[in-house]
Each structure stands twice: as structure tokens, then as C-alpha cells.
Design a protein around this ligand. Structure first.
Ligand SMILES: N[C@@H](CCC(=O)N[C@@H](CS)C(=O)NCC(=O)O)C(=O)O
Length: 208
């Protein structure tokens, strides 16, 4: 399998899932502004949106979209990263993948980090993200994870969001539970390894 990623983009969640599951995956770095692939090629060849995560499974199968990529990786890992499909908790996983993807990622983080966002749009997004952050803050009070009591791919996605939010001027000061949760997840060896790898990659020049 090949995972197209960009350091500290939302593909960090899929990268974490691969490490948590011990799945064999080749990580291929993308320069998101130009869509160039390291070593040559264009991300649009694999994903019509030119976005990460893009997961090339084999010659016939490519998956895009966080919700699909993360669910697929979780299922490849057995039950380690997601509840079984016949459990009610599976729908809760779908709920949280959708919530992080829409209410937090696309409504809040995407406009804040888009290089061409007008300042007014950025300010509006920083306000709009407060309500969904409050929802997860309250949901996680007294809980270890978003779904059930174990780490799932939804936690990997939320971890990414919480990690980059302060870099976009979104303070987590008002959300002590979220800060503690993010710090707790960072102690997981797979999470720490993925973050360390992406930090090293970010500091290295992109090889066109
Ligand atoms: N709907 C997609 C969105 C993924 C997405 O927004 N990826 C960002 C990085 S966090 C990206 O590739 N941005 C580049 C672009 O949209 O051109 C998903 O859920 O996977």
C-alpha cells in the first residue's frame, strides 16, 4: 500500500492508523500547493481533488477521503482501531469521523489554514470552531476516547486537528479536557513516531 501524505496535513491520521495497526505502507510525500509527488508525478493521477490522504491499495483500488481511508485501515487492523460493523458503536465511529471531518476540519481548520483565505473568513472560522470544540470537550470529560474506551481512528483524526489548531491561532486554553486528551495520545508510541517522522520530513526540503 502507498499512502500519499503531506507533513502535518490531515493525512497524519491515516499515518498514525498505519503505525498503530502495524500495517506495511510506503509513505509518499506530496507538495500540496503544486500537487507534485516526491520523485515525480502529480497527485491528480490518483485523486481528482489532489488531496491527501490518498491511499493506493493495489493496481485496481485507491481510496480517498479521510472517512473511507481511516475506516479501511481500521478494518485491515482487525478490531484494534474500530468497533465491529455489527456493533452500535460502529455508528458512533461514523458519527465522530463525520463530526471531526465537517464541523472541525472543514468548517474550522480548512479556512484558517488556506493560504488564500481573507482575514475575515479566518476570523469567522476561528469563532465557528468553538462550538464543535466545546461539544468534544464535554463528550470527552471522564472518557479516554471518542468511541467506547479504546483508541480508534476517530481519535487519530481528532488528535491531528487538536495538534495543528494552535498553529492557526485557535487557542485550546478554554478546553482543558481536549489539551489533556491530546497530550495523552501523544504518549502512544505509534502517535509519537508518526509525529516525529512528519516533523523530520517537514524540516527536509521537498525533493521534486
Ligand atoms: N474531503 C477530504 C479533505 C481532505 C483535505 O482537506 N486534505 C487537505 C490537507 S488537510 C488537502 O489535501 N488540501 C489540499 C487541497 O485541497 O488542495 C477528506 O476528508 O479526506
Amino acid at each position: 500500500m502507498k499512502l500519499f501524505y503531506s507533513p502535518f496535513a490531515c493525512s497524519l491520521a491515516a499515518h498514525i492508523a498505519c503505525r498503530e495497526a502495524g500495517l506495511e505502507v510506503d509513505l509518499h510525500r506530496v507538495d500540496l500547493p503544486t500537487k507534485r509527488l516526491e520523485g515525480g508525478g502529480d497527485l491528480h493521477t490518483f485523486n481528482p481533488m489532489g488531496q491527501v490522504p490518498t491511499l493506493v491499495i493495489d493496481d485496481q483500488h485507491t481510496l480517498v477521503e479521510n472517512s473511507a481511508v481511516l475506516t479501511y485501515l481500521a478494518d485491515r487492523a482487525g478490531q484494534a482501531l474500530a468497533p465491529r460493523a455489527d456493533e452500535f458503536a460502529r455508528y458512533e465511529l461514523t458519527r465522530w469521523l463525520g463530526f471531526v471531518g465537517t464541523e472541525i476540519h472543514k468548517k474550522g481548520l480548512a479556512p484558517v489554514f488556506a493560504p488564500d483565505s481573507p482575514d475575515a473568513v479566518r476570523d469567522h472560522a476561528r469563532k465557528a470552531i468553538q462550538k464543535p470544540l466545546g461539544v468534544v470537550e464535554r463528550h470527552l470529560a471522564g472518557r479516554e476516547a471518542l468511541v467506547g474506551d479504546g483508541f480508534t481512528v476517530a481519535d487519530a483524526y481528532l488528535f491531528w486537528a487538536l495538534t495543528i489548531a494552535p498553529h492557526g491561532g485557535i487557542s485550546l486554553e478554554e478546553f482543558p479536557t481536549l489539551r489533556a486528551y491530546q497530550e495523552r495520545l501523544l504518549t502512544r508510541p505509534a502517535v509519537r513516531a508518526a509525529v516525529r517522522f512528519e516533523r523530520d520530513q517537514r524540516e527536509r526540503a521537498f525533493a521534486a
